[in-house]
Design a binder for this molecule. Structure first.
Ligand code: R5P
Length: 309
């Protein structure tokens, strides 16, 4: 792993440190600073000529700052003649704008893909994309990991008597089915109707949840409305307790307070997005080993696909 250098942007230093710890490495030196007018400047403080370079940066809030910082860092790296640059993006922001669902709107997930490649990424390593087809927005290799193995391991330790995995909307059914198969447990779907980007309305619960421990699985929690309304609908249908789980805890606005005051018994998230001092109701699992292992296999050019489960 000597010719592999790993740099971290400022968005998720804690996760980056855990990743290099798993790999028995140190983060390589980089100086990221702001000019007085807010412009970002980056100085790579190590020779990277001919090296296999990884830059870890989640494009989480503040998303525009973190994205721009990643683009500028990629530019700095590319101009220093490395052999290859892999952008490790544990959380890929703007992923929800992945299609034209109404006239005259952007496809920002594609724009971001174009920007990353133009800036200098030769390869992308990411996790639980909101829409898996975003991989196809890139004409460079994309390794797409899932946090499911980490979350399922934790859920199994709870030794549920009668668990049912719940998709809080149709878009999450594939993810829920994978969880249900591997936990194992039953499968249910909450039929979610969205009134506006920040307001949802729950209608029906499809599947048997009465007397079950319900575990809602989603790729992300933003305002928390989806999770909370799904939990309320499940309790109304007779679930004995409801857990929420997601890979990316965006937790926008007053989501933390809302979720903490909700009937959800526990909210299980990962560290793709950093959070400090969350209430006890939140359990943070680390995906550092998964990402670290993927970095190792990419560098050693061994198969990464066994991690895609
Ligand atoms: C929707 O398609 C996603 O999978 C999430 O369910 C959604 O983005 C969560 O948003 P919020 O927490 O604001 O309801």
């Amino acid at each position: 792993m000597d010719s592999c250098l790993i740099f971290a942007g400022t968005s998720n230093v804690e996760l980056s440190k855990k990743i290099v710890k798993y790999l028995n490495k140190e983060l390589s030196p980089i100086n990221i600073y702001r000019f007085k007018d807010g412009e970002i400047c980056v100085k790579i403080d190590e020779n990277i000529r001919g090296k296999d370079v990884f830059i870890i940066q989640s494009t989480c809030p503040p998303v525009n700052e973190n994205l721009m910082e990643l683009l500028i860092t990629l530019d700095a790296l590319k101009r220093a003649s490395p052999r290859r640059v892999t952008a490790v993006i544990p959380y890929y922001g703007y992923a929800r704008q992945d299609r034209k669902d109404q006239p005259r709107v952007p496809i920002t997930a594609k724009l971001v893909a174009n920007l990353l490649v133009t800036a200098g990424a030769d390869r992308i390593l990411t996790m639980d994309l909101h829409a898996p087809q975003i991989q196809g927005f890139f004409d460079i290799p994309v390794d797409h990991l899932f946090a499911a193995p980490v979350i399922i391991k934790y859920l199994r330790e709870k030794k549920f008597k009668n668990p049912v995995i719940v998709a809080p909307d149709v878009g999450s059914v594939k993810m829920a089915r994978a969880f249900a198969k591997r936990l194992p447990g039953g499968l249910a779907i909450v039929d979610k109707r969205r009134e506006s980007p920040d307001k949802v309305e729950m209608l029906y619960v499809i599947g048997e949840v009465k007397g079950c421990e319900a575990i809602i699985v989603d790729d992300l929690i933003s305002t928390g409305s989806t999770m909370i309304q799904a939990a309320e609908a499940l309790l109304e249908k007779g679930a004995v307790e409801v857990y929420g789980s997601c890979t990316h805890a965006v937790l926008a606005g007053d989501a933390i307070e809302k979720l903490n005051n909700s009937p959800l018994k526990e909210i299980i998230i990962t560290d793709t997005i950093p959070h400090q001092n969350l209430p006890n109701k939140f359990t943070i699992l680390t995906v550092s080993e998964l990402l670290g292992e993927a970095i190792k296999r990419i560098h050693l050019e061994t198969s990464v696909s066994s991690l895609f489960i």
